[in-house]
Design a binder for this molecule. Structure first.
Ligand SMILES: *Cc1c(COP(=O)(O)O)cnc(C)c1O
Length: 231
């Protein structure tokens, strides 16, 4: 029998603490983003009532419906899915964080469309760390130029980097990929991009490796909400 959402959340939180301890993460900085894509607003509310405030969504229209239905709750919404350039306005208007920016055109549009009544939008640049097949994400080679250009946009805060590495069940492979993202983040910090601190990395299958390599945000769907529903 499957556990309830509150029980799953408790279990994930305990694992986060355990891994922080195990890998010397005395900063205790790992923040849990509950990825609620395909799951209804009722489930988001159940998670909120169990103390979860940060939610991640991939599909824009589905996300906007949930944000609207739950607007009375003090939730923080993270957009983590692919971004089409003609869909940036509702993202700029309705989200607090965007993890999946991988080109300047998207950043410029989010900057121009961020309402002046809201604080600057937190941006994470998605990096293609395991190369080749996956098209999403800026390459490591092009990251620094993109980061400098995004840093200059006044309505955005360049807050960190995000990656979705190739799926692997090998912990060493997982850690090597996550380490590459951390090293890229460290280079940006050293180059003077002081707010680029976050590492959004780790999902249900690999968050132990991500925490070992310095993740500050892990994005967990299945381990909290169970298998995804058909869209
Ligand atoms: C779906 C998704 C997740 C959550 O994945 P799980 O394996 O269900 O934990 C995290 N990040 C992104 C970008 C996703 O699309």
């Amino acid at each position: 029998m499957s556990l309830s959402i509150p029980e799953n959340l408790e279990k994930v939180r305990q694992l986060i603490s355990l891994y922080e301890e195990r890998y010397g993460r005395i900063d205790k900085a790992v923040q849990l983003i509950a990825v609620s894509k395909t799951h209804g607003a009722d489930k988001v509310k159940t998670a909120f009532e169990a103390g979860q405030f940060h939610f991640g969504e991939n599909y824009l229209q589905e996300a906007l419906d949930k944000i609207d239905a739950l607007q009375d709750l003090p939730l923080h919404w993270h957009f983590i899915g692919p971004i089409q350039s003609n869909k940036t306005r509702p993202i700029a208007e309705s989200f607090d964080w965007v993890h999946s920016v991988d080109r300047l055109k998207i950043a410029q549009r989010l900057n121009d469309q961020r309402p002046s009544t809201l604080p600057p939008l937190n941006i994470m640049l998605q990096v293609n760390i395991s190369n080749e097949d996956s098209k999403a994400g800026v390459s490591i080679d092009e990251l620094e130029a993109l980061a400098s250009a995004v840093e200059a946009l006044p309505r955005l805060v360049l807050s960190g980097l995000m990656a979705i590495p190739e799926a692997s069940n090998d912990v060493n492979t997982q850690r090597n990929n996550f380490r590459r993202l951390r090293e890229a983040r460290d280079r940006l910090l050293a180059s003077g991009l002081h707010q680029c601190q976050h590492l959004s990395m780790g999902m249900s299958n690999d968050f132990e490796a991500a925490i070992a390599e310095g993740a500050t945000m892990i994005r967990i769907g299945t381990d909290i909400f169970g298998p995804r529903e058909a869209r």
